[in-house]
Design a protein around this ligand. Structure first.
Ligand code: NAI
Length: 728
């Protein structure tokens, strides 16, 4: 139609003979639509034009010219906003909100034809329509994942989901965890109304809806509307209301997260007032997160920008064609080998799973059988697909069966000699250019590489347990590893749907080295006489997914002792002084005096029942190990854990073990449970109040109180003095 604003940059406007106006969201500058400033301008203009021609409009269809519907807010704009921008962000948000509100109160039917993924702001646009018709697409996802970036849906998403689904339902299924739902689930929840086979059918259904319901309006604009399940004043909700914050607290285990808190307040406060007021409340909480919450900046940086850098191959050397593995030899069918075999087969790779005996290899395959059976039972995978996955895994005890494999992943016992031996028999049998990978957790890659002919094709692939659940793989480049091999390793990790970080060879690589400092710090607290319950609580308060003593039991108390012995030997060889960390005296006693090596040994910092389930902290800790009477401020306990990991990370950068901020941040969150609110272990330094200056000042304070391990590295001191951030 010809209007005063047409043509718009990011929205195409078409009107048919029946008076149906189609708004096609199609930003020519980007592959996906986002809510950048131009889009808001265009939407406001499009709505103004509709208003001007109101009499001739019989209905509105909102759809997208991209493969996806709409991606969401413009995170570049949001992450740049600070406290001084609050008024501007509030005004922009209100402007967009008014346009959407006007659209839904127009008095004519408004239908969203959701042709693909609609997340965040994208789904919020669809929620402002009276009917949402999706195009069948098994890949599409729908949801309001803002919370995972430390934000809340500020385009009316809180208000509309609460009024559409009820307070508890909206919070649990959409808002607090930010789930990305597949089509079926989105329909079941009521985020979508109907599904059509293709775009044409969806457009036809939209027109049919418009023709059939000329007076369409949102449910909450009807006089007799009530929030499903009751508003806050309703006795039914009032009865359950106290459970909402309590459950949230339980879920977050005492760590404070701004976004879920703000979302909950916006939902509950908004439900008690008329809808126009509810939008204002939502905007207020949204603006507070965008402009004042460090967590929002941290999480947006990590979970959007850093992850995007990695997914685009940030640490992958340039100039190599993308490779695809087709047939892998997994050596060792124990805990890790079995998990790696499953993950590879799931991604379509043929797997030869080799162990010393056929029975051993079959036992490894049985792990996949169990996972597939569970998946089929829960409807996550079809029986056919599950069987096809299993058919791709061939257990064997014969080296000759590995012929033709273009990839080897070794996961036999942690011994250099044994690893050398298995590679020596494997290398001549597999494809002449097969990539040779070891899943060692502690042995130097450069040393392991000396056991093969093609050292340039040898690389570390450090998986985490359980392989099918843990998203990270740490790729370790040995001294001889070629760029080509590194590129292939990155491709492989992405092929099997994991997130790669790239590090250089050094004792403990990056992740094990950093997590070790956290665990040792917790044990050092015990040695000072801090109560073990307080230590565990500090870990939870900091936001770690598992408290430190519990985690140490899982990883065993013997492993750190082995690692210490290696450090000691290395120091002696280099003629250096070796200073024992205070944690080791306790670990020595736990293992030697009390025979408590960790969960797998039946006893550790905790007691375990016969069936291995964790019972309680071992009462003997207070008798033999810690008086439990030393009072250390909670803030110190919490920050000692976080800061000691950050200091070790700075050292890893200094030594060239890790080179990318994105890898450090994502590696720490995905691999070793560094709290998500920080945006990762490198980001933690920059987001510390006062930046690098505040961080080193706090390190000095902790050094005076707890020891030299908190002395800030010289490189960081230099940055602090120059007023520079840690992130270059
Ligand atoms: P595991 O003890 O469960 O499995 C090792 C398997 O290797 C056993 O099934 C054994 O029969 C097999 N094996 C021994 N000699 C062999 C040979 N000559 N040919 C073929 N198979 C042989 O050990 P796990 O835990 O799976 O560890 C394997 C490797 O992965 C180790 O290097 C370990 O350090 C590393 N790793 C372990 C992690 C964990 O959480 N358990 C995490 C990351 C790495």
């Amino acid at each position: 139609m010809t209007t005063k604003h047409d043509p718009l940059e990011t929205i195409r406007v078409d009107r048919d003979a029946d008076g149906v106006v189609t708004l096609t969201l199609d930003d020519p500058t980007q592959g996906v639509n986002t809510m950048r400033a131009q889009f808001t301008d265009d939407l406001v203009a499009a709505v103004a034009d509709l208003r001007a021609e109101r009499d001739q409009v019989t209905g509105v269809i909102v759809t997208s010219g991209k493969d996806t519907f709409f991606a969401g807010g413009d995170l570049n704009e949001l992450i740049a906003a600070g406290p001084d921008d609050a008024d501007r962000v509030a005004a922009d948000t209100a402007r967009l909100g008014s346009a959407l509100r006007e659209l839904e109160t127009f008095g004519v039917p408004v239908v969203a034809v959701v042709n693909g993924t609609a997340l965040g702001g994208g789904l919020e646009i669809a929620l402002a329509c009276h009917r949402r018709i999706a195009v069948a697409n098994p890949k599409a996802v729908f949801g309001l994942p803002e919370v995972t970036l430390g934000l809340l849906p500020g385009g009316g998403g809180v208000v509309r989901t609460v009024r559409m689904l009820g307070i508890a339902n909206a919070l649990i299924n959409v808002l607090i965890q930010g789930q990305r739902h597949k089509l079926d689930k989105a329909l079941e929840l009521g985020l979508l109304d109907e599904v059509a086979d293709d775009r044409d059918a969806a457009m036809a259904a939209a027109r049919a809806f418009i023709a059939a319901t000329p007076e369409s309006a949102q449910p909450w604009d009807h006089a007799k509307y009530k929030i499903p399940g009751g508003a806050t004043q309703h006795p039914m909700f009032a009865q359950n209301a106290p459970a909402v914050p309590a459950n949230l607290k339980k879920q977050l285990k005492g760590a404070h997260y701004d976004a879920p808190h703000h979302i909950m307040c916006a939902a509950v406060e908004g439900a008690a007032v008329p809808v126009a007021r509810a939008f204002e409340i939502e905007t207020r909480y949204f603006v507070d997160l965008v402009c004042n919450s460090a967590q929002a900046t941290n999480m947006t940086q990590a979970f959007f920008f850093d992850l995007q850098t990695i997914n685009k191959g940030g640490s992958r050397p340039d100039g190599f064609e993308r490779s695809t593995a087709t047939r892998v030899a997994v050596l060792g069918a124990g805990l890790m080998g079995a998990g790696i075999a499953y993950q590879c087969a799931k991604s379509g790779i043929e797997v030869m799973l080799k162990d010393v005996t056929l029975e051993g290899a079959q036992k490894g395959k049985a792990y996949s059988q169990t996972l597939v059976a569970k998946g089929v039972e829960r409807g996550k995978v079809s029986a056919e697909k599950g069987q096809a996955l299993l058919d791709r895994i061939t257990p064997t005890a014969e080296v000759a069966d590995l012929a033709g494999c273009d990839l080897v992943i070794e996961a036999v016992f942690e011994s250099t000699d044994l690893k050398h031996r298995v590679f020596a028999e494997t290398e001549p049998v597999v494809a002449p250019d097969a990539l040779l990978c070891s899943n060692t957790s502690t042995l130097p890659i450069t040393t392991l590489a000396t056991g093969v002919e093609r050292q340039q094709d040898f690389i570390g692939l450090h998986f985490f347990s359980p392989v099918d659940k843990m998203p990270l793989v740490e790729i370790i480049r040995g001294e001889q590893t070629s760029d080509a091999a590194l590129a292939r390793a990155v491709d492989l990790v992405q092929q099997i749907n994991k997130t790669p970080i790239v590090v250089n060879d050094s004792r403990g690589f990056f992740t094990s080295r950093v997590i070790g400092t956290f665990l040792n710090e917790a044990v050092a607290m015990l040695s000072e006489g801090v109560h073990p319950v307080t230590i565990e609580r500090a870990g939870e308060r900091a936001g770690y997914p598992a408290p430190p003593l519990q985690l140490m039991d899982e990883l065993t108390l013997t492993l750190p002792r082995k690692i210490e012995a290696e450090y000691r030997a290395a120091a002696e060889q280099a003629g250096e002084d070796f200073q024992r960390h205070p944690a080791y005296l306790i670990l020595d006693r736990m293992v030697e005096e009390f025979d408590r090596p960790g969960r797998s040994g039946g006893a550790g910092f905790y007691d375990y029942a016969e069936d291995g389930s964790r019972q309680r902290l071992w009462p003997g800790l207070l008798e033999h190990i810690s008086s439990g009477e030393t009072e250390v401020p909670m803030d110190d306990l919490v920050e000692r854990m976080l800061i000691i990991e950050a200091i070790e990370t700075v050292r890893c950068f200094d030594e060239g073990v890790i080179e990318s901020m994105a890898d450090a941040n994502i590696g720490s969150i995905f691999g070793i449970g560094f709290p998500a609110w920080t945006g990762g272990v490198a980001q933690y330094v920059d987001q510390y109040p006062g930046g690098t200056t505040g961080f080193v000042a706090r390190c000095k304070e902790l050094t005076d109180r707890y020891g030299d391990r908190f002395v800030p590295p010289a490189s960081l001191l230099a940055k602090a003095e120059a007023g520079e951030a840690f992130r270059a």
